[in-house]
Design a protein around this ligand. Structure first.
Ligand code: CXF
Ligand code: ZN
Length: 372
């Protein structure tokens, strides 16, 4: 039986999102119908809107969804109607990366997340009777209802009942990306210095995680003084404005060099500066979306001689449910206060939420789509 949903349709940069009725397909065996309670807005949604990523337009975006299960496909065993769930990116489950629990590097990432259809090419959504691009990150949760999958839908254990779904929603992308870079990918060590370039959701999550592991000092770098003040509240020991010789100040503070430099900006010059600040054995982690034509230049002798690492990191090396639940446990224990990043908007205010994010007024906008 098809389901009617209200979805925010994205037609590109020069068009506002419009909320309109769509039809969701019958569930395939591995699929889960979710009533969406809330969904975070991530820069990747906006990169698709701006045609910077190869996702077909028009499309229904949204990939930080949380909600309540309404129905499950015939092959789904771990999830049932009524479950509170959070969704994340999708993956194939059978490639060499998925085999070693590294699904953010799924060999089949594109067909499962960005093709606009199911991986087999069939549509999950119709608009006025015609196929509509959806299944974005295996969810498309800028909508009242979404078809998600067994592999990217995680039931929330009852210990998290006290955290509203409109807080939990962004754990499945931006927060896991920053925290996972520190905890899983770079495996930041206690007592070593880290600098985090960019204080958006990903940078802030990295700072909270750096505090969890006891990195010291923890240096936040950004151009926005309000964000720098929040970074200090969340765990940064020092905050430098990038417009005010941040590089010189880091050299002065940590003359032996950084153990870790983490770039969330994707700006070539920032990454090269960050890399040049590394101590021997230092790691420069890169997650920022950069111009696809950009190349980085590093000095070969310093690279090899100091045993330095440049590490590209996707999705914080998250392995799905285990990592997301670990982060929520940190939150329950008061060590990962990501609620301080969130600003809520009604679903009907999706365009205002995007504007607030792009103007830098809100770190992580979350849309409230239905009552929990
Ligand atoms: C993604 C990138 C690929 C792995 C999961 C997270 N980022 C989305 O914004
Ligand atoms: Zn994202």
């Amino acid at each position: 039986m098809t389901t009617t949903a209200n979805a925010a349709i994205c037609r590109g940069h020069d068009h506002p999102f419009t909320i309109e009725p769509v039809e969701l397909a019958d569930l395939a065996a591995d699929e889960i119908l979710v009533r969406v309670v809330a969904c975070g807005i991530c820069h990747t949604d906006l990169a698709v809107r701006d045609a910077q990523l190869p996702v077909p337009l028009p499309v229904v975006l949204g990939h930080e969804g949380a909600g309540i299960v309404e129905a499950v496909g015939s092959g789904v065993t771990g999830t049932k109607p009524g479950d509170r769930v959070v969704m994340s990116f999708n993956s194939c489950g059978t490639c060499p990366s998925c085999d070693v629990d590294a699904p953010t590097y799924c060999y089949n990432f594109f067909p499962h997340n960005w093709s606009g259809t199911r991986a087999d090419g069939t549509p999950t959504m119709r608009y006025k009777g015609e196929p509509m691009a959806a299944n974005f990150f295996g969810q498309s949760t800028f909508a009242s209802h979404a078809i998600a999958h067994d592999r990217n839908t995680f039931v929330l254990p009852s210990r998290f009942d006290g955290i509203p779904l409109d807080m939990i929603a962004p754990i499945g992308c931006g927060l896991m990306t920053g925290a996972g870079a520190v905890l899983n990918a770079m495996q930041v060590r206690a007592g070593l210095p880290i600098a985090v370039f960019g204080s958006g959701t990903v940078g802030m999550a990295a700072i909270m995680a750096a505090k969890i592991v006891g990195a010291n000092p923890i240096i936040a770098v950004d151009v926005n003084d309000e964000r720098l003040a929040l970074a200090k509240e969340l765990g940064a020991t020092h905050a430098f404005n990038a417009r005010d010789d941040a590089v010189g100040k880091i050299k002065e503070l940590v003359p032996q060099g950084l153990g870790y430099a983490f770039d969330t900006t994707g700006i070539n010059k920032v990454i090269e500066d960050a890399w040049n600040l590394l101590a021997p054995k230092g790691i420069c982690g890169i997650v920022g979306a950069s111009d696809p034509a950009d190349n980085l230049t590093f000095n070969e002798a310093a690279f090899m001689g100091g045993g330095r690492t440049v590490m590209g990191i996707l999705g914080g090396n998250s392995d799905g449910a285990p990592f997301l639940l670990e982060l929520l446990d940190h939150h329950l224990a008061g060590r990962f206060p990501f609620d301080k990043l969130i600003g809520h908007f009604d679903f009907s205010e999706i365009n205002e939420a995007i504007e607030a994010s792009e103007a830098g007024h809100v770190v992580k906008p979350v849309l409230r789509i239905s009552a929990e």
